[in-house]
Design a protein around this ligand. Sequence first.
Ligand SMILES: *Cc1c(COP(=O)(O)O)cnc(C)c1O
Length: 384
Amino acid sequence: MAGFLPEGSAVMTSFLQQARAGVQGLAPYQPGKPVDELQRELGLARVVKLASNENPLGPSPKALAAMQKALANPLELGRYPDGSGFRLKQAISQRFGCALEAITLGNGSNDLLDIIARVFLGEGDEAIYAQYAFAVYPLSVQAVGATGVCVPALDYGHDLTAMAQAITAKTKVIFLANPNNPTGTWFAEADFHAFMAAVPAHIVVVLDEAYCEFVSDPAALNGLAQLGRYPNLIVTRTLAKAYGLASLRVGYGVASVEISGLLNRVRQPFNVNSLALVAAEAAINDDEFVQKTREIIAAGMAQWQAATKAFNLTSIPSRGNFLCVDMGTEAMPVFQALLREGVIVRPVANYGLPSHLRISIGTEEENNFAINGLSRVLDAQVKA
Ligand SMILES: *Cc1c(COP(=O)(O)O)cnc(C)c1O
């Protein structure tokens, strides 16, 4: 459809050119295909979606119960949510031992990334992130007119030494993802300290820990434990992955009280809705659910690793709830063939990984369905 103005009309191009250069240069974020759309398109009896790193168990049951309780009081849903998110912040504060004033709530942690960009970045500023890092960093950076500096990866992971060397007088923010999406790569605590020692104190470092709950290694870096040592650090986390609240859009950032004060000035006052607030408050303390999730993901990861090995495929070692598998060939036709098998995974060519597919770990049964589908696709490939 052509829209409201005749295509190519002078008036149209004139105002489109007013958009920030950084925005004109962005490719729109490609969300995964919705299950019902694929089912309708291809007339499939069953579709398994392993495309967006969601929790295959759905939400924490405690979160569900909290939302049901909130729904029993519909008049409250007609009101604006608590703009300060007091109860959720209190739960986070008690859980992780940080001050209430150190917390910023986000409409998903993506919202926090946007808020950070709006607070610290503008025209002429630079923000550093790694090659293959989360796609939202360039979105947030370019939307405010700043320049993204993408530093080549090392073995698909962050090259922290090179990232520190990429700092210039214009650098204001550095984004780190640990573990990273879509690669699942991570870095060790010692490497983080060496990196922070090389970063001038006026530069804000964002440590995105969207997948930290899946990391079982007790020696792994815990960003929240580093905040006392680095006043220029912001740690972001989400309820979307391990807690199963992806659709509700809720995340949090923790930083010095001073930085959090700035973030909270820019935050839209009602950015987290009432149901998300009560769900997150309940989920944060549902250890049993998070533990069960961790076990399912660990078992599913082993299942996928065994399958890829049997298929003679390599994958990037991952600490997330997903695995980036090298198809050894252009991945798009494999992705398309998997769709016809009722399996949705995520192509990552937009990340510069044209031969990989990112597969989110599902339940044992979902994994089996997808592995069987992949087996048929690979067989057909060999015969073709
Ligand atoms: C999923 C994800 C997030 C969080 O997304 P929200 O749903 O907005 O909380 C943040 N960072 C990375 C690296 C992710 O993969």
